[in-house]
Every structure is written in structure tokens, then in C-alpha cells.
Design a protein around this ligand. Structure first.
Ligand code: NAD
Length: 368
């Protein structure tokens, strides 16, 4: 009997529904070849849910997610809902509560530039002859964004403001385990990024990383200070495999990584929560790194690859279907190599075929 997994499908707004339906067609095709099935529950989120019942994250949607092994998320938001009170706006009222409800503490963002798309990267092409493929693992629920005390007061006659960068050892350990697990599934190299020459929280981070490394003897780990990591990322992105870092540093480095990759329409992301008992699999939410792109929504021209690769990450990290994930990623790379381009990555060069959302998915399915 084939394996069955349950996923919640939250397409959302803007280009969300367009790219989601293409990613589901790719999933259908890969399931037919791989001997497993996904049972999908579609649910409303974001602006679509506000229009339907007045709230961006209905209880029925949370229930559907709770009953699933993972969430495949599109994107939310758009001009129509921007003047609503902040707490019921699509992003603030749906994305953040979902992350909180499911304790999603690890954010994984690949920065991938395929060899045939290096022209789209702002990095000098001679520095990235073979493109690059880096995975940024960012701690998402701790550090200076959430530490207390934080505040603002009057001292010696002038305003002062303060935040607290604080980490418990157990928080550092669990994000390190996510990063080492990812490294084991990739190139077995991990760079831990900190500021241990200045920050006490980074000294604990580095000590803990070194301790956790002992459980993963196959993974080669090194340490970089965050300022150096930011420089090395633009100088030699191809030399990294997995990078792991705390919340604030990861916020900045993962955006730098997205920028040097060249196209938002190509980049997936994962936010992982608790590990499923006795496995290396995590409950997680998977979504494109970009937003709902209202400027191109409804035109059938959005790049579906970020959503399709989000589904691949879901297969790998939440369902244990790593081979099927490899199949999708290889088919995407072959499709790009064959010259298929949506508008965001087209240059008009010889050998390119400009396609819309659906044709791009068809080309990928053909190459699975
Ligand atoms: P955006 O990522 O939606 O768009 C930025 C630019 O990238 C646009 O020109 C867009 O056309 C392009 N782009 C993005 N994805 C693309 C794709 N798959 N194919 C082709 N081009 C693509 O960011 P924005 O314009 O700042 O935000 C638009 C809306 O999305 C806002 O309402 C914002 O709040 C929301 N948003 C949602 C999420 C999310 O759901 N996680 C994340 C970011 C922004």
C-alpha cells in the first residue's frame, strides 16, 4: 500500500492561487512516479478569508493545519486590505499567528542561483561560474526581537531605548540540530555565524554549536563572524553549503542571499516547528520567499517555481520524501537549462522560450 501524508493547502491572495495550483499539479505528477500520496485540505487565509468571513485566519483553517503533517502556503496581502486595522491585516493577522501557534522556530531559506541564471545575480559572473546553492537556517523565535527587557525611557535628561539579545542554551541547541540535519541531507558542511568577539550570547552560541557538532561527525563545521559572513557571501557564495545563525543576523543574511540569487520568483522557504517523535521530520509551513505580487496577479505570468520548490522542501523536511524532492529540484534545473523563462527571469537572449505560469509548470512536469 502506498504511503499517505496529509497537507493543508493555503493559497491566499494575489498570485498565491495561480502558483499554488501549478505546484499541486507538479505534486500530482511526482506522486504518480514515487509511490506515495498526499491528502490535501484546502483552506482560506489572508485577504481571501477576510472577504469570506471577516478574519484572515479562520478557526477552520487552523484546524485544517492542525490535522495535517505540513502546511503549503501561497502568499497573503494586497492593496485591497491595506487600510484595515493592523491586527486583522492579512500578514499580521494570519502569517504571524500561524508561526506562533505552531511554534515555528526555524526558518530555512535557500539562496540558489542556477548556472544558467548567473546573469540575473548582481554578483560578478566570474565569481560564480557555476552559480551557487546556499541554505540559510535562521532562528526565528528568540534573540533581540523578542528578548526582554526592551523599552524606551528618559535617562540623564534624554531618551534612551534598549533591546535585549538573549538565548537559552536549549534554543541554540534545537536550531543547531535543524541545521546539522539539513547539512546531512545536503553537502555535509555547516557554517555557524555569530559575533562571539563582542556578544555574550554569541559566545554561548559558539560553545553550543561546537558541542552539538560532536553528534554529527560527518558534517564539517566552521565559524564565521557575521560581518565577515556578509562579505564572504558576496565574494564566494559558491563556497557555502548550509549557514546557521540567530534571528537578527539571519534576517539580514537571508535577504542578502535572496538578493544575490537574482530572482524572488525562484526562492522557496520553510518555517519548521516541533520534530515528529522518533523521526528527523518537522512540522512546517512552506511558502515562496516573495509576496503576493499584486502587480502581476491574475495575468498568468507569475513564476511558479518558488511555490513548486516550496512543495519540494515540504516533501523533504516534513514528509520524509527526499527522493521526490530531489526529482522536483532536478526537473526545475533542467527546465531552466532548457531555456524556459517567465518574465521575471527572461533576458531575451537566444535560446530562451518565454512562458507563462502554466507553461512553466508543464515544462517542469515533462522533465520530472
Ligand atoms: P512581492 O514579493 O509580492 O513583489 C515584489 C516584486 O517581485 C514585484 O514586482 C513582483 O511582481 C515580483 N515577484 C514576486 N514574486 C514573483 C513571482 N513568483 N513571479 C514573478 N515576479 C514575482 O513584494 P511586495 O510588492 O512588497 O508585496 C506585495 C504584497 O505581498 C503586500 O501586500 C505584502 O504585504 C505581501 N507580502 C506577503 C508575504 C507573504 O505572504 N509571506 C511576503 C511579503 C509580502
Amino acid at each position: 500500500m502506498s504511503r499517505t501524508h496529509r497537507i493543508a493547502v493555503l493559497a491566499g491572495d494575489g498570485i498565491g492561487p495561480e502558483v499554488m495550483s501549478e505546484s499541486l499539479r507538479v505534486l500530482d505528477a511526482v506522486e504518480a512516479r514515487s509511490g506515495f500520496a498526499t491528502e490535501r485540505t484546502e483552506a482560506l487565509v489572508g485577504g481571501a478569508a477576510i472577504d469570506d468571513g471577516g478574519h484572515p485566519l479562520p478557526e477552520a483553517t487552523v484546524n485544517a493545519c492542525e490535522a495535517s503533517d505540513a502546511i503549503l502556503f501561497g502568499s497573503v496581502g494586497g492593496p485591497k486590505w491595506e487600510s484595515l486595522p493592523p491586527d486583522i491585516q492579512p500578514e499580521r493577522g494570519a502569517l504571524l499567528p500561524l508561526r506562533k501557534h505552531f511554534g515555528l522556530f526555524a526558518n530555512l531559506r535557500p539562496g540558489v542561483c542556477l548556472p544558467s541564471l548567473t546573469h540575473a545575480s548582481p554578483v560578478k559572473n566570474e565569481l560564480i561560474p557555476n552559480g551557487f546553492d546556499v541554505l540559510c537556517v535562521r532562528e526565528l523565535t528568540g534573540g533581540v526581537y523578542f528578548g526582554s527587557p526592551k523599552g524606551r525611557e528618559e535617562r540623564d535628561g534624554e531618551p534612551v531605548a534598549f533591546d535585549t539579545m538573549i538565548y537559552k542554551k536549549s534554543e541554540i541547541e534545537r536550531i543547531l540540530h535543524v541545521a546539522f540535519t539539513a547539512a546531512m541531507q545536503r553537502g555535509k558542511r555547516l557554517t555557524s555565524v555569530d559575533k562571539a568577539n563582542v556578544l555574550a550570547s554569541s559566545v554561548l552560541w559558539r560553545e553550543t554549536a561546537t558541542e552539538v557538532a560532536a553528534s554529527y561527525p560527518e558534517v564539517r563545521m566552521d565559524h564565521l563572524y557575521v560581518d565577515n559572513a556578509a562579505m564572504q557571501l558576496v565574494r564566494r557564495p559558491g563556497s557555502f553549503d548550509v549557514m546557521v545563525t540567530e534571528n537578527l543576523f539571519g534576517d539580514i543574511l537571508s535577504d542578502e542571499m535572496a538578493m544575490i540569487s537574482g530572482s524572488l520568483g525562484m526562492l522557496p522557504s520553510a518555517s519548521l516547528g516541533a520534530k515528529k517523535e522518533g523521526t528527523d521530520l518537522y512540522f512546517g509551513m512552506y511558502e515562496p520567499s516573495g509576496g503576493s505580487a499584486p502587480d502581476i496577479a491574475g495575468q498568468g505570468i507569475a513564476n511558479p517555481i518558488a511555490q513548486i520548490l516550496s512543495a519540494a522542501m515540504l516533501l523533504r523536511y516534513s514528509l520524509g520524501e527526499g527522493q521526490a524532492a530531489d526529482l522536483i529540484e532536478a526537473a526545475v534545473a533542467r527546465t531552466i537549462d532548457a531555456g524556459f523563462r517567465t518574465g521575471d527571469i527572461a533576458t531575451g537572449a537566444d535560446g530562451e522560450t518565454k512562458v507563462g505560469t502554466k507553461d512553466m509548470a508543464d515544462a517542469i512536469i515533462e522533465r520530472l
